[in-house]
Design a protein around this ligand. Structure first.
Ligand SMILES: [Zn+2]
Length: 391
């Protein structure tokens, strides 16, 4: 049974608790294409949940939820980490340093604490905004910026990819909604790394390894020293052999292009026999080799369940894969979690979900292509909610 989780403790820390009323209000202002994305993300979440993939895992609080530098690992005495909108890593040599990711820039207020007065380079693993939103605080006369060549246009021409109304023909879109998250303003790169390029800084040789999947042109930066091998790994993996988030890997609405890319990249990383991973979210991964192997296996096993779960051109032959859902009084609807419902196998191929609050309020996502039986004209959500009493 596949075991895959997409929960990120760092994300949890930054997100407010969901309030159903505010969720309803927010929903009204979301564009149609975004609704498709959110609804599909929820469908995937339900798929994960119904397969018991990661459902029992409770996000853990980072070991050091402080806003001060600390050593990232006892095995790497010159690598520091700082908790921010993402994890910011620093390699120091004397009073100079390079950063891997930047976060919101508040890391700059803490450089003195570790005796650093100059940031010479910032290396980004991908274009995602939580990595670079503090770029406005950087003096570009002092600090140079590098990122993967495969993401250069996302850094330097972000407005091309943040259209008010994206269409299916646009780059990096899935059914008209974008799956990239470029910076708010253009960031000109001083260097754009290609696969297997080596970046040299103050005696360090940093190997650039192309690892798309979490981002279209994502890259990891590898370092070997004294028998240890580490990588600044961005969002490719979260501690616990888990996915950082699903959104960034959903590239084609269920045909697994992003999933295949990340699976291959994880295999590439696994083959490097790494001891430590320094991810953009969550704690440092200490047993990197083991976690990458485990994660790769999970991704491979998950794929057949994810790729629609039934023959693509024959929606009526979906196997009854959901032993974990609970029937309700309405045969076409099954319960996934205490508040989440979806279509049963009787309506295979039609996406639908509803979240029902404890107060009986419902949030409907997608309505499927059709209903074989017309729902009650009133009290639909109430009927569903009450149906749990009979399941
Ligand atoms: Zn990212």
């Amino acid at each position: 049974m596949p075991v895959l989780s997409v929960i990120s403790p760092s994300d949890e820390k930054q997100l407010p608790r969901i309030d159903m009323t505010s969720t309803f209000n927010a929903w009204r202002f979301i564009g149609t294409t975004s609704r498709y994305r959110v609804a599909f993300a929820l469908f995937i979440a339900m798929l994960f949940s119904s397969l018991r993939i990661g459902a029992a895992e409770v996000p853990t609080v980072p070991e050091h939820p402080t806003t001060q530098f600390r050593l990232a690992s006892d095995n790497w005495p010159n690598i520091y980490v700082y908790d921010d909108t993402c994890q910011v890593y620093l390699i120091r040599k004397g009073n100079s340093a390079i950063l891997f990711t930047l976060g919101d820039g508040s890391v700059l207020d803490h450089l003195e604490e570790i005796g650093v007065s100059k940031i010479e380079w910032i290396l980004f693993t991908d274009h995602h905004r939580e990595q670079n939103q503090g770029i406005g605080r950087i003096d570009r006369n002092v600090t140079q910026v590098a990122a993967p060549k495969g993401e250069q246009e996302l850094f330097e021409s972000p407005l091309q990819f943040r259209k008010w109304r994206p269409t299916l023909g646009d780059a990096y879109t899935v059914h008209g909604a974008s799956y990239v998250r470029p910076p708010s303003n253009a960031i000109k790169l001083n260097r754009a790394f290609t696969d297997n390029e080596v970046f040299k800084w103050n005696g360090y040789e940093i190997h650039c390894l192309s690892t798309p999947g979490h981002a279209p042109g994502g890259m990891c930066y590898l370092l070997r020293k004294d028998g240890n091998a580490c990588a600044f790994s961005g969002g490719i993996i979260h501690d616990g052999a888990r996915m950082s988030n699903w959104f960034d890997t959903e590239w084609d609405y269920g045909f697994a292009k992003g999933l295949d890319a990340i699976t291959e990249s994880v295999q590439r990383l696994r083959d490097q026999k790494l001891t430590h991973l320094f991810p953009a979210k969550g704690p440092v991964i200490q047993n990197a080799d083991q976690q990458l192997s485990s994660y790769h296996q999970k991704l491979v096993e998950f794929r057949p369940d994810y790729v629609r779960g039934y023959p693509v051109n024959n929606l009526t032959q979906r196997p009854k894969l959901d032993p974990n859902v609970i029937p309700t009084a309405i045969p076409e609807i099954v319960q996934v979690t205490p508040h989440l419902y979806k279509f049963s196998d009787q309506l295979a191929g039609k996406n639908f979900s509803i979240i029902i609050s404890d107060q009986g309020h419902g949030l409907l996502l997608d309505c499927g292509l059709s209903l074989s039986r017309r729902p009650p004209k009133s009290g639909f959500a109430r009927d569903l909610n009450h149906s749990t009493e009979f399941s």
